[in-house]
Design a binder for this molecule. Structure first.
Ligand code: C2O
Ligand code: CU
Ligand code: CU
Length: 486
């Protein structure tokens, strides 16, 4: 049914009907104020922070209220601010009909509390992990990670933010008035049906290419507008889409400065006009709005697809790639200025690696893998082996650094590792560009990448860490492996 509707939408790319649809959407564009996830300041607190995963009612498109999934919110979840050096106690309550887990993406914590597929919370169950947070200031996030059901649960709305605080941003004078000059932007895409409800029914081709919608949402709504003070604003960008890679730029092509990647600050701001952000990645950027001009944040098309002509290409965006608008309030000046330098990033020593490993990300039909009646889903694997909860793929030694060589077979894959922040040594054989020289937990591997992975957190056979592609359809279909650390 959905497939048919989408087939019609895709095949009628000319004509008055499409034009009319486009115009209706244009009228509502940039009318909804940007929602900002509720801030929960848990710094120094030893009280358990409740997270109730439940269905709620939410309007992705103005006025169209539909069912969504969220953590103590109708959709998405809170932004939890936590201090470096504290223990953060969580109280997760699964009030949905399906088993779930909550994974703390980007935290350097033991696998026993990491929320991977082995930490299942049954329907109606509760989970109370204590997270020892001890890592540099960064923007991390949390989302479900149940075996084989991550993509639908994230797509339904479950995702929240973790803001790790160590005082360095304050010392640097970075914008830090949450919701005013420090704005989280959770970027996702959806297919909506006529009622305004997101539809998730990936075809075999969409499992192979990743499920990408034709409409971008920011913090859970279509085409919002943010009013910002006239000055330097910090945007915490998170790509929480299942599969879409955003190619961000401003409509006036203004320069912005990347100050942080997944695991924390870069050593100095990096001036850019375009920024690719793949699923799972975060970047923090500073944008100067002191000229008072209105500007639209845009994305280019996502060209990622398996190697078979146009098959599996991402659908064009109905709003022409216009993500959201910024309007400047000239009466309020933002306090912050653009710093010259940030936090020095100490380079991991490639000469010290204890082991080298190779990971081939299999995304195509392979001889021997299609036997036993396996469908298209069984093509997704790493080193020829689809994910198996009962199999440990890699055993690592606690306290060492390893060099991982990741090779993508045909598409680009955002490769993510749990329980660590790594550094990119090479990307397609070259030194990575400056904004990719800081701490990362997810790297977009177009052809190949070499990363240096510090292993500082324990992971047992019963509760191993995961490494996987963050295109959630790939992850659920088997492009994931497990490692221990002891
Ligand atoms: Cu955000 Cu294992 O994932
Ligand atoms: Cu993760
Ligand atoms: Cu992938």
């Amino acid at each position: 049914m959905l497939t048919r509707r989408r087939f019609l939408a895709a095949s009628a790319l000319s004509g008055a009907a499409v034009l009319a649809r486009f115009e209706t959407q244009a009228q509502a564009r940039f009318a909804t104020p940007l929602p900002v996830p509720r801030l929960v300041d848990a710094r120094g607190s030893d009280v358990a922070i409740p997270l109730v995963l439940a269905q709620g009612t939410h309007a992705y498109r103005a006025g169209q209220f539909v069912t969504a999934l969220g953590y103590s919110a109708p959709v998405l979840g809170p932004a939890i601010r936590v201090a470096r050096g504290q223990r953060l106690t969580m109280a997760v309550d699964n009030r949905t009909e399906r088993p779930t887990t909550v994974h703390w993406h980007g935290l350097i914590i033991p696998s026993a509390v990491d929320g991977g597929p082995h930490n299942a919370i049954s329907r109606g169950g509760v989970w109370g992990p204590i997270l020892p947070v001890d890592q540099p200031e960064a923007t991390a996030w949390f989302h479900p990670h149940p075996h084989g059901d991550t993509a639908p649960q994230v797509y339904s709305g479950a995702a929240g933010l973790l803001l790790i605080d160590d005082g360095s941003g304050e010392q640097l004078g970075l914008p830090r008035a949450y919701g005013i000059d420090d704005l989280p932007l959770i970027l996702q895409d959806r297919w909506f049906d006529r009622s305004g409800a997101p539809v998730y029914e990936p075809s075999p081709m969409e499992i192979m290419a990743g499920f990408r919608g034709d409409t971008v949402i920011v913090n859970g709504v279509v085409s919002p507008i943010a009013r910002v003070p006239a000055g330097v604003i910090r945007l915490r960008l998170l790509n929480a889409a299942n599969a879409r890679i955003f190619d961000l730029r401003f409509s006036d092509r203004r320069v912005f400065h990347v100050i942080a990647s997944d695991g924390g600050y870069l050593s100095a701001p990096v001036a850019m006009r375009r920024l690719l952000i793949a699923p799972g990645e975060r970047y923090e950027v500073l944008v100067d709005f002191s000229d008072g001009a209105e500007v639209v944040l845009e994305t280019g098309p996502d060209g990622n697809r398996p190697m078979m002509g146009m098959m599996g290409a991402a659908p064009p965006l109905t709003d022409g790639g216009q993500v959201m608008k910024f309007a400047v309030d000239r009466n309020t000046a933002a306090a912050a200025s653009m710093p010259k330098s940030l936090v020095p990033v100490s380079r991991l020593d490639a000469a010290r690696v204890a082991a080298r490993r190779q990971f081939l990300l299999n995304d195509m039909m392979m001889g021997g893998m299609m036997g036993g009646g396996g469908g298209m889903g069984s093509m997704m694997a790493i080193n020829g082996r689809p994910f198996d909860m009962e199999r440990i793929d890699v055993e690592t030694r606690l306290g060492t650094i390893e060099l991982w060589h990741i090779v993508s077979q045909s598409m680009a894959h955002p490769f993510h590792v749990h329980g660590t922040q790594f550094q990119i040594l090479t990307l397609d054989g070259r030194r990575p560009p400056p904004h990719l020289q800081g701490w990362k937990d997810t790297v977009l591997v177009t052809r190949e990448a070499q990363i240096l992975v510090p292993l500082t957190q324990p992971a047992s056979h019963g509760q191993p860490f995961m490494y996987h592609c963050h295109i959630l359809e790939h992850e659920d279909a088997g492009m994931m492996g497990q490692f221990t650390c002891s």
